[in-house]
Design a protein. Structure first.
Length: 252
């Protein structure tokens, strides 16, 4: 899953015109689907108005939808509905339906696949919620609650995401990566999103985001070996190569 962040405060794709071309480059590099988002979810980020998110996302979705499977990265049901109407074929909701109570019924009515991520709060306050006695058990429990809520309203195709970096410390992220098999055992496809995140920078002595792609590819190897359904990455080429290596070596 290649990332197209149409957000000026993100480290990728600050301009609409660049975003479409970037999505096409990711497709050429081996992306199976493109995830288009218009609101930054990095730690500390503040929300953008709904009209601004729509203005950022819809032109990119419309431009790419005829060329590749597009997912829309949003916590708002209104944005999800408009994006699917514009050609998106999947909804990737970092809140797992907690940010907008209309999201799960909407996705069920649209009949599109849905990614439910582990989430405890919006970006501006999420790191204050990074408190766990057993991060693997609690993330699995809370994801199971989201799974059950989605299935109860009729969501048919569900993907689960442990939410690396969302209300998690670096140690929490590493622990979850060590136990991806527990997440896959929940019985649904698992999406892993570690690309360029701060916990990788911490391991690499503070290296900035653009210098974390090799480490991201290493996480892709771990995810592939654990049987993850997909990884969400900025550098598609490196992770696509990593997946090929794991497949050729006979892992899963």
């Amino acid at each position: 899953m290649g990332i197209v962040n149409v957000t000026p405060d993100s480290f990728s794709d600050a301009h609409l015109s660049d975003a479409v071309e970037h999505g096409r480059r990711l497709l050429d590099d081996g992306a199976d689907l493109i995830d288009v988002g218009g609101e930054s979810t990095r730690p500390g980020a503040t929300r953008v108005p709904e009209h601004e998110e729509l203005a950022r996302v819809l032109p990119v979705v419309e431009a790419l939808a005829g060329e590749v499977v597009v997912s829309v990265d949003t916590t708002r049901a209104t944005v999800a509905e408009a994006a699917v109407a514009a050609g998106a074929r999947m909804v990737n909701d970092v809140s797992g339906g907690l940010a907008d109570e209309a999201m799960l019924p909407l996705v069920a009515s649209l009949g599109v696949p849905y990614v439910a991520m582990h989430w405890r709060a919006h970006s501006a306050e999420m790191q204050s919620r990074a408190v766990y006695d057993d991060v693997v058990a609690e993330v699995c429990e809370e994801l199971t609650e989201r799974r059950d809520a989605a299935l109860a309203v009729g969501v048919q195709r569900l993907v689960l995401d442990p939410g690396l970096g969302f209300a998690k410390t670096g140690d929490h992220n590493w622990t979850l990566l060590q136990h991806l098999d527990v997440l896959t055992a929940l019985g649904h496809p698992v999406l892993v999103g570690a690309s360029r995140k701060a916990f990788l920078g911490g391991l690499l002595d503070g290296r900035p985001p653009a210098g974390r792609d090799a480490a991201t590819a290493a996480v892709t190897v771990l995810a592939a070996q654990a049987g993850a359904w997909a990884v969400r990455v900025h550098d598609v080429a490196g992770s696509a190569d990593a997946v090929r290596v794991v497949a050729r070596a006979g892992a899963r």
